[in-house]
Design a protein. Structure first.
Length: 193
């Protein structure tokens, strides 16, 4: 069962060609059934590094993984560095299990800032400390909250999560993202699990 696919290109061929090939491969007229179990779809080359997304993600939404420290951060080849950082067995399985979500029926994977924000929050929660994650507009606050709330519910016995929003539209979006992850939402301005 395939969980990820990687389209590699020569360093003289743009990564976008690999992304387009992956998108073409997902069409009914080609090998669409192969992608039925796919979680991460990747394309890369030695000069541009790695781009990733999930099935049926339009080209403009493919992401790049940035990790300045930790294992493999000194690897000079950008493709090798990013593959080692993303596809190390333990991390890859964690990304699939904890950082894939359906948002209004669209499968989405995390950006590296969301992954590291949730990981840092987990450490604060383990130590029973408070904290804050600063996000800008469009940086993925809602999905970060869903992934963190899911982790709390799975790893902290007897825990409850209360998310207070300032917009009914945001509450509705969180409700759609969290189906299966969180048991219930209450009131237009509050989401509780």
């Amino acid at each position: 069962m395939a969980l990820g696919v990687l389209e590699l290109k020569r360093s003289t061929v743009s990564v976008t060609e690999g992304i387009r090939q992956n998108l073409d491969n997902q069409k009914k007229s080609f090998i669409q059934p192969f992608f039925s179990t796919m979680q991460w779809v990747m394309a890369g080359n030695d000069s541009e590094g790695l781009r990733y997304a999930t099935i049926e993600t339009p080209e403009k939404y493919y992401l790049k993984w940035f990790e300045e420290s930790g294992p493999h951060a000194c690897e000079p080849n950008p493709l090798d560095r990013q593959l080692l950082q993303v596809c190390a067995k333990e991390r890859f399985l964690e990304l699939i299990h904890d950082f894939v979500v359906f948002d209004a029926g669209i499968k989405k994977v995390c950006r590296q800032n969301q992954y590291f924000g949730v990981k840092a929050s987990q450490e604060f929660i383990r130590r029973r400390e408070g904290g804050m994650i600063w996000h800008t507009q469009g940086s993925g606050k809602s999905l970060t909250m869903v992934w963190l709330a899911k982790w709390i519910r799975e790893n902290r016995t007897g825990s409850r999560v209360l998310i207070i929003t300032d917009r009914t539209e945001l509450t509705s979006r969180l409700r759609k993202c969290s189906r299966g992850s969180m048991s219930r939402f209450t009131a237009p301005g509050a989401a509780a699990t």
